[in-house]
Design a protein around this ligand. Sequence first.
Ligand SMILES: O=C(O)CCC(=O)C(=O)O
Ligand SMILES: [Fe+2]
Length: 310
Amino acid sequence: MSHRVVRLSGSLGAEVHDLPLAEAGPDEAATIRGLLLDHQVLFFPDQHLDVAQHVAFGRHFGELEGHPHLNNPFLDHPEVFELVATRGGVADEWHSDISFQESPSVMAILNMVKCPEVGGDTMWANMYRAYEELSAPLQELCEGLTALHDATPHGKPEKMTIHPVVRVHPETGRKSLFVNEHFTRRIVELSHEESDHLLDYLTRWATNTRFTVRYRWQQGTLAMWDNRCTQHFVLNDFNEERIIQRVTVMGDQVEAAGEARWEPYVRARHAGATSRYDRQLNKYLKRKVQSLESNAKKANTLEVQGALEM
Ligand SMILES: O=C(O)CCC(=O)C(=O)O
Ligand SMILES: [Fe+2]
């Protein structure tokens, strides 16, 4: 029987029926990869995969890696992590996964192991549309900007990186907006006040309901999303247990849509009470300069060594 694809909203998301994932081989994986590029998030109801099948399915799409900050209960499968609502947090803030890393995840594949009778839906938003529907002047401004992301929600504010505000998808070539309310702290080239306003605007805009799909889960459904052009959010409106297991394809390289056009914002005048708002950015920049200097030093030493050995 050939599979059936049913779109779920005007913006993104499709349900795929009659494609048993436990038996999927490279041909099916190629088909699914194509569907994911077209729809950004896919749902496969009635799959009921066990952990080994889930991992095997994930491996078709690249190298898998556990979560940098979450524990894994499956000793045989270090690539899986589990979110149990009563024992952990619910991801009820819009985000793209681990954007505080230089190389975030490419995609994630979620297995709904236990879901509440009602509530606990997940929403996704299409970041291509969020970029494409900005006005031309705002698109142009955003393309020249970068933003600092950090792992404060995981209690690790020192884990941070800078990404372009608009990125290009490596497979589709389309531009998408790449800031989220959960991990993005600051637009690098703007003052903190300007950054607060623009980030507030962009992160709310990005999750405008017309860019979204909302999915009502059933036990045994698998979902996979392209983390490079979407954000997601879990509705924290349930009382029963909700357990998901996830595998994650790593190795995303974030490519900027445009040239960074301005220098990072550095306060022109002497320090004042409001300097604290620039502290984190300054810390990041200082660390970056130090690491560049130490790399340059290392390269220099290697060059000198090479010259001496010649
Ligand atoms: O529980 C969900 O539906 C998604 C949780 C989440 O944010 C994630 O797995 O990345
Ligand atoms: Fe997430």
